[in-house]
Write a protein of this length. Structure first.
Length: 119
């Protein structure tokens, strides 16, 4: 009988440990991008793997291509990163590029709103 009681006690403790939430929520560290990483991402996305992205039509196909890009990026840069992070960074870079190109094409002399080139 004592072994059953010990088992129940150990099982209850294990269940309590599994369901307990940490007192402080763990926040993921912000990933810091270097220029080399950005160049690698753009090189893979717009160069080596461009045809894979252009040929993909469904969400599942695009997800698979982003995952392949993640694996290649991890090999080249020796860093572990999620495919969603790569996709988000690419979308952000694309948005920044579009904003700058639009500002450059504006006519007139907007000295009060200079074009900001991100470093």
């Amino acid at each position: 009988m004592s072994s059953d009681a010990e088992f129940d006690e150990a099982n209850a403790l294990s269940t309590a440990e599994k369901t307990a939430t940490p007192s402080t929520p763990t926040k993921r560290k912000r990933f810091v991008w270097s220029e080399g990483m950005i160049e690698c991402l753009l090189s893979l996305r717009l160069g080596a793997m461009a045809s894979s992205f252009n040929g993909s039509r469904s969400v599942a196909q695009l997800s698979a291509v982003w995952e392949r890009l993640r694996l290649k990026f991890a090999l080249v840069q020796a860093v572990q990163i999620e495919a969603a992070q790569l996709k988000n960074k690419y979308q952000t870079l694309k948005k920044e590029f579009s904003t700058i190109k639009l500002a450059e094409s504006d006519t007139g002399n907007k000295t009060n709103e200079p074009i900001v080139y991100l470093a």
